[in-house]
Design a protein around this ligand. Structure first.
Ligand code: ATP
Length: 215
């Protein structure tokens, strides 16, 4: 369980709060707007109304005690930047800030953010990959050159094992897991026999994955 400071409770912040609650983390949620604070009360450990650009307010939170500080203010870039910078000044260990534009991401990183999330850009990229192919169910870009895809078992693989197919040698990809009826079998052994109703999670270089997905 981690302790998390979540600042900004718009749609993005609220979804973060709900997911963090599901993952059983301890969350202190902050917003300048009382209604927004009230809306997330069922999902968080504690909540306060306050202006995160106010230095005294940030000083009162003991930000160095949190494992992660998330700045989920999106549109008010000035506030997001000031908050990020204040959190770092007061000893925050890990500050993750939300960006709405490339230039915002750049300035947030320069002013104390350890990490930036850029929902529109990241989700646009995910949606483009996910919905432009027939058999891709999920996709994670690990670096610029490597990704993980969840995809259907190719028809020609059904009834065969990983060893039979010489997956690594033939396709230069690794099978990380097999998914069946929502259950995951991580790192399937060489004797795993592929079935029609499974999906596989494969990792590899983007070029090799693109070739494999055309199989
Ligand atoms: P979203 O896109 O997540 O729905 P939004 O468009 O409603 O958010 P944003 O301007 O992105 O609004 O701000 C997100 C949240 O951050 C809002 O609930 C807003 O009240 C809060 N917020 C903005 N400035 C501050 C601040 N200085 N201190 C604390 N909370 C703030």
């Amino acid at each position: 369980m981690k302790s998390i400071l979540l600042i900004g409770l718009g749609r993005f912040g609220k979804h973060c709060a709900m997911k963090l609650n599901e993952l059983h983390h301890e969350v202190l949620a902050i917003d300048i707007d009382e209604n927004r604070v009230n809306e997330v009360l069922p999902y968080v450990t504690n909540a306060q109304i306050g202006d995160s650009t106010n230095e005294q307010f940030i000083a009162s939170l003991g930000v160095r005690n949190f494992d992660v500080c998330i700045v989920a203010i999106g549109d008010k870039f000035q506030s997001s930047l000031e908050t990020t910078s204040l959190l770092k000044d007061y000893g925050a260990k890990l500050v993750v800030a939300r960006a709405n534009r490339d230039v915002h991401a750049k300035f947030l990183l320069r002013n104390g953010a350890d990490n930036v999330v850029y929902p529109e850009k990241q989700m646009a990229s995910w949606a483009a990959v996910r919905f432009s192919a027939d058999n891709i169910f999920d996709y994670i870009q690990i670096t610029r050159d490597y990704s993980i895809y969840e995809t259907k078992v190719p028809k020609s693989w059904i009834g065969k094992t990983i060893v039979d197919l010489r997956v690594r040698q033939m396709h230069k990809i690794n099978i990380l897991a097999v998914k069946y009826e929502g259950r995951v079998e991580p790192l399937p052994g060489p004797d795993h026999v592929f079935r029609d109703d499974e999906t596989i999670l494969v990792m590899g270089g983007n070029k090799d994955l693109e070739k494999f997905l055309r199989v």
